[in-house]
Design a protein around this ligand. Sequence first.
Ligand SMILES: C[S@@+](CC[C@H](N)C(=O)[O-])C[C@H]1O[C@@H](n2cnc3c(N)ncnc32)[C@H](O)[C@@H]1O
Length: 207
Amino acid sequence: MTLDVFQEQARRYYEGTLRAHGVTARGVDWNSTESQIVRFRQFARLLEDDPEATVVDYGCGYGALAVYLRKQGYRGRYTGFDVSGDMVAAAAGVAGGLPDCRFTSDRAEVEPADYTIASGIFNVRIDAADEAWRDYLLRTVEDIRSVSGRGFGFNALTSYSDPDKRRADLYYANPLELFDHCQRTYSRRVSLLHDYELYEFTILVRL
Ligand SMILES: C[S@@+](CC[C@H](N)C(=O)[O-])C[C@H]1O[C@@H](n2cnc3c(N)ncnc32)[C@H](O)[C@@H]1O
């Protein structure tokens, strides 16, 4: 598989966080397990009524979402995909034994599922220019859509964050622009969740 420059950059960055912090929330660059779970709870709205729904976890890290979903009673086939082979190996260790869960770093092996969830893949842009990162984000959302039968969701840091708290290496997306894009491009049924206690938002699209 050939990775584009931003995927390659992400792979190197997250392999560094995994090496530094191991299989923990900080190992995938979250501040805490609590915030990781708050994010999963936003996505769970998509699956709410269907414990059999199949899921692609796009940017799965070490597989924390697989563990969360199984704990919540979701039984549908779960496929974790990550650009990082090290993350996939860690995920296989953490969650590979869960029923009907598999992990891959090869995009070609990802089969379409009912829903795709992408938590945390648009945040760290390092030194990418705004426009280039925005294009990458939209291209990646298109790829996420291509493996989703019934819906998909992703999150991003919000451009409504306090200016003095922003970091130059992170990307703060405009939630209104992304809502509008998803509504016009993918479906009339789009939710923008911007009411939870993190400097970010979640978009859910029902196809
Ligand atoms: C912030 S971590 C979150 C991991 C996991 N979603 C979680 O919440 O525990 C982002 C993960 O996405 C992966 N990633 C980043 N960009 C990606 C892309 N374009 N395609 C697939 N994986 C990606 C990284 O390697 C990293 O493991």
